[in-house]
Ligand binder design. Structure first.
Ligand code: SAM
Length: 455
């Protein structure tokens, strides 16, 4: 699921439902009308699969518990339902922690994915690399801890991230020693494996916590000790690799999905890319949600400590390449404009933006959000053609106490772009900020759903 500052409380049906305002009534009437075109079925089977619950200790899913991730099992299940064949490719334009590729591999289907965040793209690459020798990895991990214990002089540079000291304090020295040994590893696949393991534990070993739109420093937080935590992390990663799940063809591109073109994929993937372009049949993914969640801010520990980002202009470029789901983007004066969906404009005009904490910036974020997703859907259509099946897992939002039924608007876009029949499976009801909770309690459109377009 696409990140959830305030979107994780399930509302129970028994609570009293307050009288809706006229704006909410008008929005609800529009949504009820749209549901005549896009049927919605209750699909609570997916309730615990669309968010990191229960499954987070599954092989591979457990490497890095992306708060916005879904279960790889859900992808495997969907591909089996759609009778995907080993020659088919499934595409995820928002890879995150790579659950789609892991699920595809378990279903013996080929998987391709794009991800703008280089740390997360690396996570997928290491998860999907089929050629690791578990015994050699174990020996290399032992050598790493041996080198750290020898306390050799530190020659590598500190990252330019200004909060590095604040994040790691007394463990910074050990962290730099670990990093120095990993960076000296000559085999690039082994180096990536080791660096990734380190990236996966950084938050837990720091004084910070990922929280909504950024990092918080709770006074009560006790960082986990680096060496034993990393030993455990490598232990579970090597155990998963040692299972020997047969590798399937896959393709991972660190790129902006709104802009990627076939030639970019061909440049990265050679013959595999040609096969993908000829046999792409499914897209299963969860985009960022329109909920002010800035992934580049939240993942900055991993991005900076592993040298994916070296200075602030690079961070700004990454932020501007990400989908407009947060308030840290620059719109160069293009703050308000009619969308290409009259229904969306109708709801946007019902929202009292001046009462929201982001005001007009929030409105710009929402309008650009839908424009960005339409651009990605258009690219998907280019890769899959009319015969493709799309499953988009998305959470609706609310601003100024008015629900935005993202799932229905995305359904409209999918149909407009040419993706055949579109229907919605509602996985669960979401909560919202405590202030809006009082007004919107029980609103059926605050939900997380699977929007499914099929030929
Ligand atoms: C909701 S998460 C995906 C979670 C994933 N389904 C999983 O299970 O781990 C959305 C992802 O989209 C990525 N993203 C945001 N903007 C992007 C863009 N323009 N192109 C590609 N990826 C982007 C974010 O970095 C984030 O990893």
């Amino acid at each position: 699921m696409g990140g959830s500052p305030g979107y994780h409380m399930v509302i129970t049906r028994q609570q009293a439902v307050p009288k809706p305002s006229s704006a909410v009534r008008k929005a609800n009437e529009l949504y009820a009308e749209l549901e005549k075109t896009f049927p919605v079925v209750d699909a609570s089977f997916y309730k615990d699969l669309v968010c990191p619950k229960n499954w987070k200790d599954h092989p591979y899913d457990r490497w890095f518990k992306l708060k916005e991730g879904y279960s790889s099992y859900m992808v495997e299940h969907l591909l089996k339902e759609f009778k995907a064949r080993p020659t088919d490719w499934v595409l995820d334009p928002f890879l995150g922690s790579g659950s789609t590729l892991v699920g595809a591999r378990n279903a013996r289907v080929k998987g391709a994915g794009f991800e703008v965040n280089p740390f997360l793209a690396r996570l997928s690459k290491v998860k999907m690399h089929g050629d690791y020798d578990a015994r050699a990895l174990r020996a290399r991990v032992d050598a790493l801890f041996q080198a750290v214990a020898e306390r050799r002089p530190i020659k590598i540079r500190m990252p330019a991230l200004t909060i590095t000291e604040k994040l790691f304090r007394e463990q910074l020295d050990t962290l730099l020693r670990i990093k120095q040994d990993i960076w000296a590893e000559p085999d690039p696949h082994v180096r990536d494996f080791l660096a990734l393991g380190l990236g996966c534990i950084l938050e837990r070993c720091s004084y910070a916590r990922k929280d909504g739109n950024g990092l918080k420093y709770p006074k009560s937080k006790r960082p986990l000790p680096l060496v034993p935590t990393l030993e455990r992390q490598y232990g579970l990663m090597v155990d998963d690799v040692a299972r020997g799940i047969p590798s399937t063809d896959h393709l991972i591109v660190n790129a902006d999905s709104r802009r990627i073109q076939a030639k970019d994929i061909l440049r990265e993937g050679g013959d595999l890319a040609t096969d993908f372009l000829d046999h792409a049949r499914f897209a299963i993914f969860s985009p960022p949600y329109a909920n002010c969640f800035d992934y580049t801010e939240v993942y900055k520990i991993e991005l900076w400590m592993l040298d994916f980002i070296k200075d602030y202009p690079q961070l700004r470029t990454l932020r501007d390449s990400s989908v407009s789901s947060h308030l840290n983007k620059q719109y160069d004066g293009k703050e308000s404009f009619p969308s290409t969906l009259p229904d969306l404009d109708y709801v946007v005009d019902l929202i009292p933006w001046e009462d929201t904490w982001g005001k007009d910036k929030m409105k710009a974020m929402v309008l650009h959000y839908f424009e960005d997703l339409k651009a990605v859907f258009t690219r998907l259509h280019g890769f899959l053609g009319d015969g493709g099946t799309v499953v988009c897992i998305v959470g609706n939002s609310a601003y100024g106490n008015v629900p935005i039924a993202t799932d229905l608007f995305l359904a409209e876009y999918l149909r407009e772009i040419g993706f055949g029949k579109v229907a919605i499976r509602a996985a669960r009801i979401l909560g919202t900020s405590s202030q809006q909770q009082v007004v919107l309690r029980g609103n059926p459109y605050l939900r997380e759903s699977l929007v499914i377009a099929s030929p």
